[in-house]
Design a protein around this ligand. Structure first.
Ligand code: GTP
Ligand code: MG
Length: 304
């Protein structure tokens, strides 16, 4: 199955959530107050959150007025345009350090797709000729180190690990020292899953990040938050609290091939302005794609 089909399939839940009712609205003819209220309700149902839904509807009103749009059936292209605009905010490519390894820390709740994302990204970068090193800073979950080790092999990347149960900050420190002495291009630091409301675990993340800066000034260059796209509204709280603790620089939306309601990215974008950098569309090594706002929005609205 191609990317387009997977995205459309994965966003199927959103599609029926957004597009079924939207079709009825667009068939109504006149643009009135009720139409905007219905549109907000539809967006909220698709996990876009109250704030983002109301803001989007306000922007749509402003555009309708400015462009003198009168027919409801002219709204869809306008809405798409506004969504694409909103999702295009921020730097979508990876930050790259010059003359030293680029360091990327990957964070998120349990099972979101962090390790898989690290593996896929490592493979992509190694295939592009980069010297990649993976750091097993999830020393907590049983089997996590071995899982990352397998990805390192598959991706043709170097691998730094300590004993299970050891200090994750020490692993990150060692990994950065090794990367610097071996002239590695890219270091990907996998961290243990943690719930965003566990204060101690979030403080640990902060420490891991701080220690990286001691091993190499300016590191990490990116802190990627991996979100399971199927978790819905909880994603906003995840983004908020991980951002507070670790200064997230970008999002990875994993499992978009599942039953995702894509609206959550709008909620996060509205509140935190964080760019989506990659999407995960499967469990395989090839299933990580750069995020393309236009493609994503088209998939949300496919069939319409
Ligand atoms: N369908 C699908 N499955 C995915 C995707 N990304 C990850 N998974 C699956 O989700 C499960 C959890 O992935 P991991 O990468 O281990 O998640 P994690 O965040 O590292 O989990 P912890 O380290 O336990 O917190 C695995 O079965 C992955 O194969 C994706 O984009 N699509
Ligand atoms: Mg993991």
């Amino acid at each position: 199955m191609g990317l387009w089909e997977r995205l459309k399939d994965g966003l199927g839940k959103t599609r029926s959530g957004i597009l079924g009712p939207l079709g009825a609205i667009l068939g109504r003819g006149a643009i009135d107050e009720e139409l905007y209220e219905d549109l907000e309700a539809i967006l909220i149902q698709a996990d876009a959150g109250i704030e983002a839904s109301c803001q989007l509807s306000a922007r749509l009103r402003a555009e309708v007025k400015a462009r003198k749009v009168r027919e409801a059936n002219e709204l869809l292209p306008l809405l798409k345009e506004l969504l694409i605009q909103q999702l295009s905010v921020g730097e979508r490519g990876l930050a790259r350090a010059t003359g030293q390894p680029t360091v990327i820390m990957v964070v998120g709740v349990n099972g979101a797709g962090k390790t898989t994302t690290v593996g896929k990204l490592a493979a992509k970068e190694a295939a592009a000729g980069k010297k990649v090193l993976l750091a097993a800073a999830d020393t907590f979950r049983a089997g996590a180190i071995e899982q990352l080790g397998i990805w390192a092999e598959r991706a043709n990347a170097q691998f730094i690990r300590h004993q299970a149960g050891s200090d994750p900050a020490a692993v990150a420190f060692d990994a950065l020292q090794a990367a610097n002495s071996r002239a590695v291009d890219l270091v990907l630091v996998d961290t243990a899953g943690r719930l965003q409301n566990k204060v101690n675990l979030m403080a640990e993340l902060e420490k891991v990040k701080r220690v990286m800066g001691k091993a190499q000034a300016g590191a990490p260059h990116e802190v990627l938050l991996v979100l399971d796209a199927t978790t819905g509204q909880n994603g906003l709280s995840q983004a908020r609290l991980f951002h507070q603790a670790a200064g997230v620089t970008g999002l990875v939306l994993a499992k978009l091939d599942g039953t995702a309601k894509g609206g959550i990215v709008l909620a996060i974008q509205e509140e935190l302005g964080l760019p989506v950098k990659y999407i995960g569309v499967g469990e395989g090594i090839e299933d990580l794609r750069p995020f393309e706002p236009a493609e994503f929005v088209e998939a949300l609205f496919a069939g319409q």
